[in-house]
Design a binder for this molecule. Sequence first.
Ligand code: 13P
Length: 254
Amino acid sequence: MTRTLLVAGNWKLHGSINMTIDLISSITNGLSANKKYNVAVFPPFVYLSQAVMAADKELLVGGQTLSVFDSGAYTGEISGTMLKDIGCQMVLVGHSERREYFAENDTDVAHKFEAAIKQGLSPILCCGETLEQRENGVTEEVVANQVNTVISLVGIEAFSNAVIAYEPIWAIGTGKVATSEQAQEVHAFIRALIAEKDATIAARLPILYGGSVKGSNAKEIFSMQDVDGGLIGGASLTANDFLAICQQADALSQ
Ligand code: 13P
């Protein structure tokens, strides 16, 4: 079973109108014409419309989070319906920074995943352990809880239109990348967890690695059997760095 690689850029709290247009046009111009993998960008909400226009269907575009509500008196929220309305195809849910700084727990994340599926958006469910959890040997338990809470709420079928991103928190923005063996070990664990419920969905599910991915380490990580691309933070903010990662995906998907 071959899964299509996905290279996704999470811009976090970075950007401007000019950066959105320049970065996306440099990326689309720099991608090889016959690429066999997908590329997605996740700019801040206010730049999503520009991003959708600049991407011109060459790239997928998504939000970095979404409301659990669809509409109503919820000041400051952005719904899945709105993301869909402006042309987004995807949305991140449960990024560790949302969990840590905005107090999103596994249940909140599950409700966001559900909201995304209901609106026809493909959610990227982010999961991963802290350094302390890894050192205490509870990585699998933490990741299983993060994923199982979602499965309990939405059912396994919802994962046929979803992506999981394994992002060990100790590797995010630290320059400390997980070894390809460490990534593979957790990715295989996640796939087995899904396979317990539905082997076909598990075999098709893209599982991305995130955490200090760069052009210099992307190929080794992406070449692992259960790694289907990357969720890139810092290196997604400049076209050359991001394209260097895409070139590694090119080399692997020929
Ligand atoms: P870095 O690539 O900067 O480590 O960030 C990873 C990440 O959090 C992507 O969502």
